[in-house]
Design a protein. Structure first.
Length: 95
């Protein structure tokens, strides 16, 4: 537990956001099976897709926003999110 606190105080969580989103994008790319898993995943009542969407906010670094938009775009390309889904139209496309 002490090690976790030390890592967290050294900003590890922020450091891992971009690599984590990039990894998720690589997993989703052209893979409907993984896309379905992502769509069904949730934590504390919030879906993984909704958590990805929070990284599209303007208070996040541009690289984070683009990686999040890439995840949403790949979910759209695999058919998990429809073309008229507000998450695609209003969140991912403006990036």
């Amino acid at each position: 537990r002490d090690h976790q606190i030390i890592l967290a105080t050294h900003d590890l969580v922020n450091y891992l956001q971009l690599p984590s989103l990039t990894c998720l994008a690589h997993l989703i790319f052209n893979n409907k099976h993984v896309g379905k898993i992502v769509a069904k995943s949730s934590h504390e009542g919030k879906t993984l897709i909704d958590r990805i969407i929070t990284f599209l906010n303007r208070d996040k670094r541009v690289e984070i926003q683009l990686a999040s938009a890439r995840c949403i775009s790949y979910l759209n390309r695999t058919g998990i999110l429809s073309d008229d889904d507000p998450k695609v139209i209003y969140k991912a496309l403006p990036c």
